[in-house]
Design a protein around this ligand. Structure first.
Ligand SMILES: *Cc1c(COP(=O)(O)O)cnc(C)c1O
Length: 222
């Protein structure tokens, strides 16, 4: 199956209100161009250096999303152009994004990553930390970062009941946050192996890599 076939099949299967981020990490420019020519304009990367290299080489109407864990000292490289950061997982990172947003005279849209998985390896805020931050005076004072939603990654497991439970919990929290702040209206959850479960649980944005571009061979498992 070609990238084009994969994309067309996925788009047929997902509801029109769910947006698709094509995760192009480790994949070459030509693969991204193939997806782009099929009309896909939103791509996700998980390393800032790779993101910047691809941004430089590819059409400027692509919307780039950062989906991976971020080192604060690299925020400055993506700040001029990034359109959504999914993986905001600490207060210090938020402060740095706000600072770099200010330097670039723009507002950087972000999602708060919520830790829903039982794995130690996963990053993110607890629900309480996220709520406290969103209601804080500090957040109110930040003019160059805007939290527009939440993101979560389920445990890496074949146990569909567990994945379903984790997504369901995040959706309940998201609904609560959304009721008190209607600017928070994006819920990024679901990857190639679990996006169907995520959509059933109310995801508004899925991040698919291998189901579009094929398996990544030269990387270790997440
Ligand atoms: C790699 C990655 C994806 C895409 O994973 P696939 O299983 O290839 O769809 C989605 N989200 C994050 C945060 C990732 O790092």
């Amino acid at each position: 199956m070609s990238i084009k076939d994969n994309l067309e099949n996925i788009i047929l299967k997902i509801p029109s209100e769910v947006s698709l981020v094509a995760v192009s990490k480790t994949k070459p420019i030509n693969d991204i161009l193939e997806a782009y020519r099929c009309g896909q304009k939103v791509f996700g990367e998980n390393k800032i250096q790779e993101l910047v290299e691809k941004y430089d080489k590819l059409p400027k109407d692509i919307e780039w999303h950062m989906i991976g864990h971020i080192q604060r000292n690299k925020v400055k490289y993506m700040a001029p152009f990034i359109s959504l950061v999914h993986s905001v997982d600490s207060y210090r990172l938020i402060r740095e994004i706000n600072k770099q947003g200010k330097i670039n005279n723009r507002v950087i849209n972000c999602l708060l990553q919520i830790k829903i998985a039982s794995e130690e390896s996963k990053f993110g805020f607890t629900e309480k930390e996220a709520t406290d931050f969103l209601n804080s005076e500090e957040y109110e004072s930040f003019k160059n970062i805007k939290i527009v939603g939440l993101m979560g990654m389920a445990t890496f497991t074949d146990n569909q009941i567990k994945i379903n439970q984790e997504f369901k919990e995040l959706k309940i929290f998201y609904d609560k946050v959304n009721r008190s702040n209607n600017q928070i209206n994006k819920l990024s959850m679901g990857m190639s192996d679990d996006y169907r479960i995520a959509i059933r649980n109310g995801s508004t944005m899925i991040r698919l890599g291998s189901s579009i571009f094929g398996r990544r061979t030269n990387t270790k498992k997440k």
